[in-house]
Design a protein around this ligand. Structure first.
Ligand code: G4P
Length: 529
């Protein structure tokens, strides 16, 4: 039996971020295979493909009733208990993807070696930086034609503004990919071709081994010697503090599909990544090893099936130990309760659990009590975690009800769905709720919203797309009353449900225009809570 402290210390909770198609699903699957959590490659992939098309998605959601699919996957490896948080991409990309990062203690950034840093990686990276969590880079698809590795590191440093520390270095790429040189152990792990079974044989040799030339070829050997000299002279020193505070990103090259470099990556990652981090609550820092249980809500998943109105609320445990029948306090509702059917995901299955520890994610059934950012804690130690920011949506539509008789249901539906965090709503100053501006991070959220308004609230809506692409919260000037601003004609001043003022822009050019012409104005792309 492990003590609570030992259980917490061995936990690693992280998210994998990437632009679609960089290889996040493939890498996740390989990690799960190492942990013995799935028996066969393709298990995760199949699920992802099944979720692809919008219409399919609706059907699937309806059929399975309540969806707690791969929100988090837990498995064991090398004595560690690993929680991988799913950050939905592709069409599922939404504000949930950002919020999930609020529950992670580290992130793995997967980059396609041929494409380098791409837009969605950039957005997710930005949220990780805001939290100062460690970010590990896995440069994937080295078995295909790739960009020069020095250029890739330069791009990461220049575009993302994080220093890099190469843990290994590729030898060739594409058809000529011969393996990696581990800069820490000074060994070469050679890649001996993909036999078609998507696993490769690999041999470990030192750079001065006479067998090296026959393994990687003369040219590669010369190139490697040159690269090593350059790296030894110019690359960043290992600095664990800088890694753990997110200032230095350890970089690994590999190929998830052929399973090359994945296990060494996982091992080193587990050594360098921290156990659960402390969190800030009002007036105190909550240590994960503190004896009292505490957790916060980071995601709410509504049921798409009309027959089951309940929702699943996901909690990240911050401190202590959770046991199934324990009494907890929902701080925002000021109510003591027992959590209903606490569940955890084990790769493909979900199970009702008896206990969980700081670092873990649990899903509980919720009749509508919780909101994003809420605190759940031991009644004996009341605390309130700092809320979860609201992230800037990128798609906007003007929405109203088709039938004026349905005004009340319309307002109720819009308010409730917004409160769950599935959409954001804004209105023009001094207007009511008959017509709102709905903002979403991913376009699929519009479809979900429309579907839910129809099935849950019995309201047909009229949705008119708007050409705004950016929304910014106003800072730096008093915003308790309507601010007098010098803005372009196609920039719109709106208010959120807390009546905070925001600006909607059609282009970055307009954002700069506003900043240049309004002294003291500061704009933020997320709200503070
Ligand atoms: P994502 O979750 O980040 O969106 O990416 P995913 O893992 O689905 O990978 C996207 C595509 O890239 C897949 O091909 C996958 O097989 C391929 N891929 C991933 N890692 C590697 C790698 O290391 N080397 C090579 N050569 N390819 C890789 P697909 O054709 O879209 O799907 P599938 O037909 O293979 O299922």
């Amino acid at each position: 039996m492990r003590t609570t402290e030992e259980e917490i210390r061995r936990r690693r909770t992280f998210a994998i971020i990437s632009h679609p198609d960089a290889g996040k699903t493939t890498l996740t699957e390989k990690l799960l295979l190492y942990g013995g959590a799935i028996a066969m490659a393709g298990a995760v992939k199949g699920k992802k493909n099944a979720r692809h098309a919008v219409s399919d998605w609706m059907e699937i959601e309806k059929q399975r009733g309540i969806s707690v699919t791969s929100s988090v996957m837990q498995f064991e490896y090398d004595g560690c208990c690993i929680n991988i948080l799913d950050t939905p991409g592709h069409q599922d990309f939404s504000e949930d993807t950002y919020r999930t990062l609020m529950a992670a203690d580290a992130a793995i950034m997967v980059i396609d070696a041929a494409k380098g840093v791409e837009p969605q990686t950039r957005k997710l990276f930005h949220v990780c930086v805001m939290r100062h969590i460690p970010i590990f880079t896995f440069i994937n698809k080295m078995d295909r034609e790739a960009r020069n590795p020095f250029d890739l590191l330069d791009q990461i440093e220049n575009e993302l503004g994080i220093k890099t520390y190469a843990v290994n270095w590729p030898i060739g790429c594409g058809k000529d990919f011969r393996g990696v040189f581990d800069l820490e152990t000074r060994h070469i792990l050679s890649f001996e071709g993909d036999s078609g079974a998507h696993t490769v044989s690999q041999t470990e040799v030192t750079p001065d081994d006479p067998a090296l030339e026959s393994l990687i070829g003369k040219d590669n050997r010369a190139q490697l010697a040159e690269d090593i000299e350059l790296l030894d002279g110019a690359s960043e020193e290992f600095d664990l503090d800088a890694i753990q505070s997110g200032a230095l990103s350890p970089v690994f090259f590999g190929s998830a599909l052929t399973n090359f470099g994945v296990e060494p990556f996982l091992k080193r990652f587990l050594e360098l990544t921290p156990p659960p981090l402390a969190r800030q609550a009002a007036g105190e820092t909550v240590d994960p090893f503190a004896p009292d249980f505490s957790a916060f809500v980071f995601k709410i998943q509504a049921n798409m099936n009309k027959a089951h109105r309940d929702r699943v609320t996901f909690l990240r445990i911050v401190s202590g130990k959770f046991t199934r029948d324990m009494e907890v306090l929902h701080v925002q509702g000021d109510k003591k309760m027992r959590l209903s059917q606490p569940q955890m995901m084990m790769a493909e299955n979900r199970e009702v659990i008896d206990e969980a520890f700081a670092g873990d994610i649990i899903g509980v059934f919720d009749p509508g009590l919780f909101s994003i950012g809420d605190t759940i804690c031991a009644p004996s130690h009341r605390l309130t975690f700092a809320g979860i920011p609201t992230f800037a949506p990128e798609h906007f539509a003007r929405v109203r009800h088709k039938d004026t008789m349905k005004r009340k249901q319309f307002v109720k539906g819009v308010m409730q769905i917004a409160q769950e965090g599935a959409i954001q709503i804004f209105h023009e100053p001094e207007t009511g709720m008959e017509e709102v501006i709905v903002g979403v991070v991913g376009v699929l959220q519009f479809e979900v919203f429309e579907h839910r308004m129809r099935t849950e609230y019995n309201v047909e809506i009229i949705r008119e797309p708007l050409s705004y692409q950016y929304i910014r919260w106003i800072d730096g000037i008093p915003a308790d009353k309507k601010p007098e601003l010098n803005i372009t004609e196609d920039t719109k001043l709106v208010q959120d449900f807390r009546d905070q003022y925001l600006l909607l822009f059609t282009s970055e050019w307009n954002i700069r225009w506003a900043l240049e012409r309004n002294e003291g104005l500061e704009l933020r792309d997320f709200s503070n809570n």
